[in-house]
Every structure is written in C-alpha cells, then in structure tokens.
Design a protein around this ligand. Structure first.
Ligand SMILES: Nc1ncnc2c1ncn2[C@@H]1O[C@H](COP(=O)(O)OP(=O)(O)O)[C@@H](O)[C@H]1O
Ligand SMILES: [Mg+2]
Length: 386
C-alpha cells in the first residue's frame, strides 16, 4: 500500500503563480487553492490541509495577517505554514516566522527546493501529530486506570461494609427469629393476649430499629466528603473503630486508641476519605494477624495500636500491629497499585488509594516500616485549630 497523498492548500492571488505551483506539485500532492486570505481561513477549516503555502503580498488581508489568524484558530493552528514571496529582506523573513510560519521560500523558486521543504515540514508535522496522539492515548489510558482503581477500591470497601453489617445483624436476626417462634407457642398455650402482643411488638420493633441504625451508620461511611472540613482526628478514628470493633472482636483482635495529650486534635481535609484510609490500615493489620496465626504463630490476642499526637504543626498518627510484619518482597513497593501478597484475597489497591488520599488530597505523608513483631504505618497530617 502506498502512503496517501498529503493535501496542500496553496494561497496566492496571482493566477500565474498558482499555475506554476500546480505544475510543480500536482504529481506529488493533492492540491487545493485559495485566492485570498479570507478564503484561506475558511479552506483551512473545511479542507483541513496537511500544509499551507501562503503568499505574503495579497490585497486586503496579507499573508502575515492570514497566518496570525490561522494560528489563533484552534482548528487550524497546528497546520504548518510556509510563506512564498518575492521579498527577500531579512526583516520580512523575521516577520514571517513571527506570525507563525515554519519556513519561507522565495519566488522564483526551484521546484526541487520547494518540494524538499514541503516534505520536511510534512514529516515534522506528521511526527508531531503522532506524538500528540500517543500522549493523548497514554493520558486517557491512565485516567481510565485511575477510575478503575477508584471503582475497585469502592467495591472492596463495600464488601467490608456488607461483611460488618452481616456480622452486626446476626444477633438481632437470631433474636427476632426466636421472638417470632414464640408467638406460635404462646398461641398454642393460650397465652396470646393483649399484654403479650404489646411486649411482642416492643421487642420486635427494638430489634428492627437496631438493625436499621446499623445500616444508617454504614451508609454515611462510604459517601465521599463533599468539601474540606476541619475535623477531630481522634473522634474520626473512634467512629471507624466503633463500626468494626465487633467484627474484629469475633476474631480476637482489639483496637486500642491512645491519645496521650488530648482528644482534641484537629486536621483539615476530607473526613470520609480519611475513614477509608483508617479502614484500609486496620483491615491490613487484621489480615496480617489472621495469616500469621494460620502459619502457626501464637498470637493470643491480636492488637492494633493507634497512637495520635500533635507535634509542631502536625498530627502524627501511628498504627502498629502484632501481625508479624511486612513481607520483604513487597516492602519497597508497598504503595504501588496491585501489589499484594494475598493472592485471591487481595487486590493490592488499599495502600495505593491510602497514599493517594493522604498525600494527594490531604497534604500529608504516609510511610510504613517493620517493628518488633509487626508492622507500623505512620501518617502525618497538617494540624489545625478549630
Ligand atoms: N499491617 C501489615 N502487616 C503486614 N503486611 C502488610 C500490612 N499492611 C500491608 N501489608 C502488605 O502490603 C500489601 C498491600 O496492601 P494493600 O495495598 O492494602 O493490598 P491488599 O490488602 O489487597 O493486599 C499486602 O498484600 C501485604 O503484603
Ligand atoms: Mg488491604
């Protein structure tokens, strides 16, 4: 397959020149012609030529003005313009380049030279277009990957949430089952009176309200923060831990929050996003403790210790556990996307998202290290005064 011919727009008010250029160029290129600056501006948009040959001296709109207008039009600005003129003064050439031309050929011209210059600029232009397309493709790809990551991390958080709700509901659901069964027994025993009914309704409604409240708690958790807020860091940790502490207790893990100074430590940023980070870190510690136990490490009680301190304009939070620490294989790329040692059990986006939130959105820092018996994550956030 031969390459498709490039299209040139030739702009000149003199028929003789147009005719001459046609003779030189018609075998190699598709040619379009314009006889004035105004026509050229229109043709540049409708024909979308690959290159424009533009006469300088034309009545009404001259070549410089035409070129400047082409460069100001986003639909035509990238098309290379070569000036053709009988003028050979250096000043004229400088003006030509100033108005946005890429080259300059003088009449009367040598056909070989004109063709060589046209071909050079067509090549450059094609290369530039190719590069721009590649960059755009790459940017789009990245954006898509980023959106997928966000989506996946939301799904993961949703899964955690459903797990916690299911756990929270187990007991009231069981109780509700018993209450229901008791109605039949009471009926058979002839005990189904007004007093019984009242008690039955109160008990049932109590359990149902409890379950509804659980859903409400979790529902607000996943909503992204609409705006930047000043909020209490310690309270935020307590809120997350409260939602998940039952579930953690069921696998013999306890979260301890220590605030040696005061509970009134504030930062500025996105509160619900920070909650997601906290949940990610707690879940990772939980996974590490559970997996260490599976490998036979005797961890009687899993402990996730959270320390929150205010230091020189910073809130410093450390979250450490006794889950055996971070695998050396991943410790250098822990915060990269899709890094996980959990096989099917992990997607490897928790820490990636956590870093994106803390460092990309909250002006903070997050780091990880191994300590005696486990891992330690440190978060720094800007300290605020409410
Ligand atoms: N507290 C921790 N203790 C030990 N290893 C950890 C801890 N937190 C994270 N890791 C390691 O970092 C990896 C990446 O974590 P993360 O990005 O949350 O992805 P995932 O939990 O899906 O694997 C984990 O697979 C694990 O190997
Ligand atoms: Mg994780």
């Amino acid at each position: 397959m031969t390459e498709p011919k490039s299209t040139l727009l030739i702009v000149d008010d003199e028929p003789v020149i147009r005719q001459h250029l046609r003779q030189i160029l018609q075998n190699k290129y598709n040619l379009s012609f314009a006889t004035s600056g105004a026509m050229a501006l229109e043709a540049a948009e409708t024909i979308k030529p690959d290159l424009i040959l533009l006469d300088i001296m034309m009545p009404e709109m001259d070549g410089y003005e035409t070129c400047a207008k082409l460069k100001a039009n986003p639909a035509a600005s990238s098309i290379p313009v070569i000036f053709i003129s009988i003028l050979t003064e250096t000043d004229e050439k400088i003006n030509a380049f100033k108005s946005g031309a890429v080259d300059y050929v003088c009449k009367p011209f040598q056909s070989d030279e004109v063709i060589a210059r046209i071909d050079t600029h067509l090549k450059l232009y094609n290369l530039q277009r190719h590069l721009e397309n590649r960059v755009e493709e790459e940017v789009n790809k990245r954006r898509l990957e980023e959106q997928m990551l966000i989506q996946q991390s939301k799904m993961a958080a949703m899964g955690e949430m459903i797990g916690a709700i299911a756990h929270q509901w187990k007991q009231p659901l069981n109780t509700l089952g018993l209450v229901m069964q008791d109605v039949a027994d009471a009926f058979n025993a002839g005990e189904l009176d007004a007093g019984y009914l009242k008690e039955f309704t109160a008990q049932g409604m109590g359990l149902i309200n409890l379950m509804a409240a659980t859903v409400d708690d979790f529902q607000s958790f996943l909503r992204p923060s609409k705006q930047i807020d000043i909020f209490n860091v310690t309270e935020t940790f307590y809120e997350v831990v409260k939602l998940f502490s039952n579930l953690l207790k069921s696998v013999a893990i306890e979260v301890q929050i220590n605030t040696p100074q005061t509970r009134r430590i504030y930062t500025t940023g996105y509160r619900n996003e920070l909650k997601q980070v906290i949940l990610n870190l707690i879940n990772n510690s939980r996974d590490a403790i559970i997996s260490a136990r599976r490998k036979g490490v005797d961890i009687d009680y899993g402990v996730i210790a959270v320390d929150i301190e205010a230091a020189a304009e910073k809130v410093v939070i450390s979250i450490s556990d006794n889950g055996g620490g971070i695998d050396n294989k991943v410790i250098d790329k822990l915060f990269d996307a899709y890094v996980s040692t959990k096989g099917e059990g992990g997607m490897g986006i928790g820490l990636y998202m956590s870093k994106a939130i803390i460092e990309g959105k909250m002006n903070g820092k997050i780091a990880a290290s191994n300590i005696e018996g486990g891992a330690q994550f440190t978060i720094e956030l800007p300290l605020s005064t409410p």
